[in-house]
Design a protein around this ligand. Sequence first.
Ligand SMILES: Nc1ncnc2c1ncn2[C@@H]1O[C@H](COP(=O)(O)OP(=O)(O)OP(=O)(O)O)[C@@H](O)[C@H]1O
Ligand SMILES: [Mg+2]
Length: 274
Amino acid sequence: MAESDLYNGPLDPRTVVGFHHVELSYGGTKALDDVSFRVTNGEFVCITGPSGAGKSSILRLITMDAFPTAGQVIVRGMISTRMNRGSIPRLRREIGFVFQDFRLLEDRDVYENVAFAQLVVGIPGAEIKRNVMRVLTQVGLWQKRRQMPRTLSGGEQQRVAIARGVVNSPKILLADEPTGNLDPAVAQEIVDLLFEINDGGTCVVFSTHDHDIVRSFGRRVLLLEHGRLVSDEERRLGDRRKSRLTDGMYRPREEIEREARARETAAARQLEGE
Ligand SMILES: Nc1ncnc2c1ncn2[C@@H]1O[C@H](COP(=O)(O)OP(=O)(O)OP(=O)(O)O)[C@@H](O)[C@H]1O
Ligand SMILES: [Mg+2]
């Protein structure tokens, strides 16, 4: 690819993730074949397709846990073909990750699970407390901060994992089948939470093979089949597009924000009292 192509396309400052004719082969199997797309600032994208289509592979390429066998992946200006060992940590600091199976530390409580992500990047103590409070409040679990993961429901555990995923204020939140282990109502709540996080400016890319979620999804959907991107569609649902889905009804953004502010004030009071 010519350097000029890069500067006109994926290196555009609004590009958060750029795939340029990406191929990924594992031995003889092509997991991804000539995949190109671009995700810009603040977008919320759903990657869907049947099992084995290549959804997780796309997410692994974004975190650069895998590298294309042809083509290039560009994440926040960092180019897969020019990465070295030193630049990987810089890339990973820009990305939060949520897994299908939560992957919480079972011997740490909710608070510690989230605080841990801050400790590893060297955030000072007082700041950690503020940040953990902010994200646990956002996911509605500040009250349960002293509980151990095994005492929480699956949906709650996933909320803790999301809080951990965003506590370092990443530019991108990736979620691989985050609703895969949850029943449909709880799954919808998790998607709503991802919408809320996206409203705060974080770019969200998540994978799912859940048709109900894809059908009700008001944003962009990438459809993969056998490693090829077969459709890249903006799902337009009129006014619904910019707001969240709750119990099949879209609520006004002001109402959601008012609730979030009330939760934060309550949590701050409690923190002062401790
Ligand atoms: N480490 C690996 N070694 C060999 N083949 C792999 C590896 N990881 C993935 N594959 C193959 O690459 C293809 C795409 O896999 P990927 O995990 O990206 O699919 P997926 O869409 O996430 O599937 P699922 O919905 O089951 O999670 C599959 O054919 C898979 O068998
Ligand atoms: Mg997968």
